[in-house]
Design a protein around this ligand. Structure first.
Ligand SMILES: [Zn+2]
Length: 109
């Protein structure tokens, strides 16, 4: 997994572009939990196929929810006390139409 840092990534801390390419904002360089989160997306892209992944991610709320819940559950392993923060980010940052409380329940499994 190649990791590039750029301040141009202003809308997120990290973004997996392709299975082998992750962009990070310099402020989160070295954040193991975020890298693990992005590694989940790398695996999802390999499993689903890159173009299919992006098509579904942008066109299907259920797919986007599945992809992010799986990745944020891994983030939680690195930062167990961050569930409220992750739930808020999940509910507000991905156009999923869920409340922070619903996101928290999803993250808890
Ligand atoms: Zn994600």
């Amino acid at each position: 997994m190649r990791i590039l840092t750029t301040p141009l990534l202003f809308w997120a801390d990290g973004m997996t572009v392709a299975p082998g390419l992750v962009l990070l904002h310099p402020r989160v360089r070295g954040d193991a939990g975020l890298l693990a989160h992005e590694a989940v997306h790398c695996r999802q892209m390999r499993d689903v196929g890159l173009l299919r992944f992006w098509w579904l991610y942008f066109s299907c709320r259920a797919f986007r929810l599945w992809a992010e819940v799986e990745a944020y559950r891994v983030s939680l392993r690195y930062q167990p006390g961050g569930i409220r923060h992750f739930a808020r980010t999940l509910s507000r940052g991905y156009l999923l139409g869920i409340t922070p409380a619903q996101a928290e329940r999803l993250l808890q499994g």
